[in-house]
Each structure stands twice: as structure tokens, then as C-alpha cells.
Design a protein around this ligand. Structure first.
Ligand SMILES: NC(=O)c1ccc[n+]([C@@H]2O[C@H](COP(=O)([O-])OP(=O)(O)OC[C@H]3O[C@@H](n4cnc5c(N)ncnc54)[C@H](OP(=O)(O)O)[C@@H]3O)[C@@H](O)[C@H]2O)c1
Length: 339
């Protein structure tokens, strides 16, 4: 075994209570826990960046889903990147940078089969949680594979200043969209979409009814809707979709903290006459696309044609605040915690 000398304890986040509606900092507890030496086949990682993602809100509810709920009083998990500090397995050395699933903590001891090495020369480590990671693949697969994007399409994406949405709009642009329209929750984000990411038009959904804000920006309708938000956004997009339009149902963040039954879309029956294809997606189904995704998106990063932003919160003790901030829209691009 090789090691750098492990500390006796490290800090990890526990779910202290299941949030009712919007999560509160008191629903989370930062706990000092022993750092376990790696057993056979295992490595210990000092995490450098933790990911906070919208799907984690669903895991805080005690309901069956495609990922199991977080257990109360136990360490939470999620995407993280860091450096190996102890290894008990061939092929992983102290100092290697790895991506793995035991985030929300400073130190993680895990089966090396559940970690992948990442190249810090190719991109900053945090990029493997965003543009070159799960959100990046979600954008790439969701637009190109699920929505069957074609050059000449007019594309509307909601949550457009976030980790997934900011890439959907730019990939559509790079792949020859006729027009790219985005929505986001502040004037600053709207300016970023147009000025930095090359969207043709964008609006702040807090300025009025989504359908009324979208209509003048998409006078000929839209061919593709990439839905990160659900509810009123999806209803407006169904109204704007042209015949044979396609929608990727990627997320419904407007409803994640709702305690009452969700609003709309009330016009889902329009999908019939318009012969729409509305397709849900889970990024995990698209891992076969990962090689192509890394090659193409990595190339766009190298030649500067794709931009990405990160909102970096400092300190493991601020992870819960970062998560809640992300739900409220405090991020442009991917929200990560640097520890
Ligand atoms: N299906 C999959 O496999 C998959 C994989 C990854 C992500 N997703 C989904 O994709 C979506 C985006 O994820 P992400 O990681 O890129 O997060 P993100 O967009 O970086 O962060 C979440 C953003 O949601 C926006 N938001 C919050 N409440 C809203 C509301 N009521 N109406 C409209 N926007 C609201 C906020 O921005 P504003 O300031 O603009 O409000 C916030 O910044 C989420 O729905 C997520 O669940 C799905």
C-alpha cells in the first residue's frame, strides 16, 4: 500500500432531516467522522471539488426513484473529484486525480472500480463535474440523441444559464441551429446568454408569463425544446412547438420544492395534432456516447468555440448553502464547492 499519511478524521455532510418544501440549512449537519484506511482494491481520495446537483433534492425525499433516497443521519454522496492519498490497488497511485461518487465529504475511501482517473492537464479538475462531466453529457446526449437535433432547427432551452442549459444552447449553435433562444432568472444571466454564449435571444422568465415572453422571440415557432424547468415553461414550449417538434424532458426544477400538485402543462393534448415527440431522458442511458462527447466537446474547449462558467463556493462547511443557492439560482454555469 502507498499512502501520504491519512488524518484520523475528516468532515462529511449528513442529512439531518427530510426537507419539507425548500431545504433549510438545519436539514444538514457537518459531522467529523473517522477516515478509513483503504482495504484490498480500495483507494482513499482527498476531495478537491464537490458537486451540488438538482437531482439531489429528490434524493432528500423518502420516495422510490431511479436513485435511492439519502438515509437520515448518514453521509450523503454525489459527484466529486480529488486526489488519491492512499492506494491499495494496482494502477492507482498517490497523487492521481480521480472522479467518483462519494462527494459531500473531505475524504472518501472506496473501491477503485468506482473511480475513474481524470487528466488535470486537459482541463481544470472542476470541469469533470460540469462541462466534461455528467451535466455536459446530459446536454450533448439530450440535444443530439434524445431531441434528434438537426442543423436548421430553432431551439428553445430553459434553465439556460445553468450547467446543462448553457451547453445545450452553445452545442445547438455549433451544430448549425437556425436560432437559439434561452430563458433564465435574472437580467445578468440573460445578458450572459446573448453576449457570452452566442444565444440569438433570451428572456428573464420572472418578467412575466413565459408564453408571452417567448412568442416575440420565436415568431416562427420552435422545433426543439430542451426542458430543464417543467410547469409553465413546458406549457409555453408546447404552444410554440411546430408540427413534428421534439422536446427533451430533462428536468423540472420549478417543481422540486413544491408541496402541492404541480401546475400544467395544461395543453399536453396539443402533442397529438402536432405529432410531437416528448421524450424523457436519464443521462446514465447515454454512456455509449461518452467517447464521442469528450472528443467533440474537448475539441471545442481547446479551440475556444465553447464557453463554460462555474460558480465556485469555497469550503466544505458551505456545501449545504451552495446546494440551496443552486436551487435558488445563485449559480451561472456549474455550481461546485472547492474544499
Ligand atoms: N435527466 C437527466 O439525466 C439529468 C441530468 C442532469 C441534470 N438534469 C436536470 O437538468 C436541469 C438543470 O440541471 P443543472 O445541473 O444544469 O442545474 P443548473 O441549471 O446549473 O442549476 C439550477 C438552476 O435552475 C434554475 N431554477 C431554479 N428554480 C427555477 C424555477 N422555478 N424556474 C426556472 N428555473 C429555475 C436556477 O437558475 P435561474 O436563475 O435561471 O432560475 C438555477 O441556477 C435540472 O432540472 C436537473 O434536474 C437531468
Amino acid at each position: 500500500m502507498t499512502e501520504q499519511g491519512l488524518p484520523a478524521t475528516g468532515r462529511e455532510w449528513h442529512l439531518a432531516a427530510r426537507p419539507q418544501g425548500w431545504p433549510d440549512p438545519a436539514d444538514f449537519a457537518l459531522v467529523e467522522a473517522p477516515v478509513r484506511q483503504p482495504g484490498p482494491g480500495e483507494i482513499t481520495v482527498r476531495n478537491a471539488y464537490l458537486s451540488v446537483d438538482p437531482y439531489m433534492r429528490g434524493r432528500m425525499n423518502d420516495v422510490p426513484s431511479y436513485v435511492p433516497p439519502f438515509a437520515l443521519g448518514a453521509a450523503m454522496d454525489g459527484g466529486a473529484v480529488g486526489h488519491v492519498v492512499a492506494s491499495n490497488v494496482e494502477g492507482f497511485r498517490v497523487g492521481d486525480a480521480v472522479l467518483h461518487g462519494l462527494g459531500w465529504r473531505e475524504y472518501a475511501t472506496l473501491d477503485a472500480a468506482h473511480a475513474v482517473k481524470v487528466d488535470p492537464e486537459l482541463a481544470p479538475l472542476s470541469a469533470y463535474l460540469g462541462v466534461l462531466g455528467m451535466p455536459g453529457l446530459t446536454a450533448y446526449a439530450g440535444l443530439l440523441e434524445v431531441a434528434s437535433f438537426r442543423a436548421g432547427d430553432t431551439v428553445f432551452v430553459s434553465g439556460a444559464a445553468g450547467a446543462v442549459g448553457s451547453l445545450v444552447g452553445q452545442i445547438a449553435r455549433l451544430k448549425g441551429a437556425k436560432r437559439v433562444i434561452g430563458s433564465a432568472g435574472s437580467a445578468e444571466k440573460v445578458a450572459t446568454l446573448v453576449d457570452d454564449y452566442g444565444f440569438d435571444a433570451a428572456f428573464n422568465y420572472k418578467d412575466g408569463a413565459v408564453a408571452e415572453l417567448l412568442a416575440p422571440l420565436a415568431p416562427d415557432g420552435i422545433d426543439v425544446y430542451f426542458d430543464n424547468v417543467g410547469g409553465e415553461h413546458l406549457e409555453a414550449a408546447i404552444g410554440a412547438l411546430r408540427v413534428h417538434g421534439r422536446a427533451t424532458l430533462c428536468g423540472a426544477i420549478a417543481q422540486y420544492n413544491d408541496v402541492d400538485a404541480p401546475a400544467g402543462p395544461r395543453n399536453l393534448a396539443l402533442a397529438i395534432g402536432k405529432r410531437l415527440r416528448l421524450q424523457g431522458m436519464l443521462v446514465g442511458d447515454h454512456s455509449a456516447l461518452r467517447g464521442q462527447f469528450l472528443e467533440e466537446v474537448g475539441g471545442w474547449l481547446r479551440d475556444g468555440s465553447l464557453r463554460y462558467d462555474e460558480t465556485v463556493v469555497e469550503g466544505v462547511e458551505n456545501t449545504a448553502e451552495a446546494f440551496i443557492g443552486m436551487l435558488r439560482g445563485a449559480n451561472i454555469g456549474k455550481m461546485v464547492v472547492q474544499i
